[in-house]
Write a protein that binds this ligand. Structure first.
Ligand SMILES: Cc1cc2nc3c(=O)[nH]c(=O)nc-3n(C[C@H](O)[C@H](O)[C@H](O)COP(=O)(O)O)c2cc1C
Length: 265
């Protein structure tokens, strides 16, 4: 059957318009679908954000109390930090080491050879075990003769010499309690354990100290207590930031083969 050109041409034009408009409709549908997919993505992103918050809730900070007075000045300061961390959704555990006889480091170096633990199997190894899972640390000490007290110093020497790897790249903060003087010297001493071990140091609105001879006096040091709350919030913020970085795929910095030279060479 033959159609004259006069009839065929308008039919072709009509077919072209119909197919074209159908294609356009399916394009629009695709665009609409894509925009739905974008919404879904946004929702997923929200879910991811929620999972960051959920992960944040599961994060944990260990707070070490070096004082022999379990519920004294240092404990009062640490408790204020812990309370603030809890309000920020971070779990906490306060560990008291001050009442125990604390062996100092005997420089046997066995922890750097045949074992990766301290040969004195006491609180040092127990805390190191907990440190593996912890996300941040607060070391609290009373000031004794313008330094951290003996128990805390002995404890940290052994802990960091034997098992510093469980602390690297995790935030740390030092807190001290004193009756009158020696606070900044003690903080300098404690902060050195962090800064030799690639740990971000958490600070506050002032140096992390409280004044008082006992818990009741420390509670009256309103500025000191506020410093502790600010410290807790800063620690929480840093922990959440690190977690958000991990979720976004940010990896730990590359580590070079260690170079170790002594002054005489
Ligand atoms: C052996 C010893 C040395 C101390 N040396 C200092 C000091 O150098 N400067 C200071 O201000 N207070 C000093 N104090 C006081 C304590 O730092 C202060 O009482 C602190 O609140 C104790 O904290 P705690 O209750 O957590 O043990 C010393 C106390 C003792 C027992």
């Amino acid at each position: 059957m033959k159609f004259p050109l006069k009839i065929l041409t308008p039919i072709c034009i009509l077919i072209t318009i119909f197919v074209g408009s159908s294609l356009c409709i399916s394009c629009t549908e695709k665009k609409a679908k894509e925009s739905t997919e974008t919404v879904v993505l946004t929702t997923e992103r929200t879910v991811t954000n929620t999972s960051i918050t959920e992960k944040t809730r599961a994060m944990k900070v260990l707070l070490i109390n070096g004082s022999p007075n379990e519920f004294g000045s240092t404990f009062t300061a640490l408790s204020e930090v812990a309370k603030t961390l809890n309000q920020e959704g971070i779990e906490t555990e306060i560990i008291h080491i001050g009442k125990h006889a604390m062996q100092g480091c005997t420089a046997c170096r066995k922890c750097r050879g045949e074992s990766d633990k301290c040969i004195f199997d006491d609180l040092v190894n127990e805390v190191a075990e907990k440190a593996k899972e912890a996300d941040g640390f607060v070391f609290g000490s009373p000031v004794y003769y313008a330094s951290a007290n003996g128990s805390m110093s002995a404890f940290l020497d052994r802990l960091f010499y034997s098992q510093s790897k469980y602390f690297a790249h995790k935030p740390g903060a030092a807190v001290v309690a004193a009756r009158r003087a020696g606070t900044t010297a003690s903080l300098d001493q404690l902060n050195k354990y962090f800064t030799i071990n690639q740990m971000p140091v958490v600070s506050s609105q002032y140096w992390n100290m409280v004044y008082g001879n006992n818990a009741e006096e420390v509670k009256k040091d309103l500025e000191g207590m506020q410093i502790m709350r600010t410290l807790g919030r800063n620690m929480a913020w840093l922990l959440k930031s690190i977690e958000a970085g991990k979720q976004a795929g940010l990896e730990l910095p590359e580590r070079e083969q260690r170079v170790s030279t002594n002054f005489i060479r």
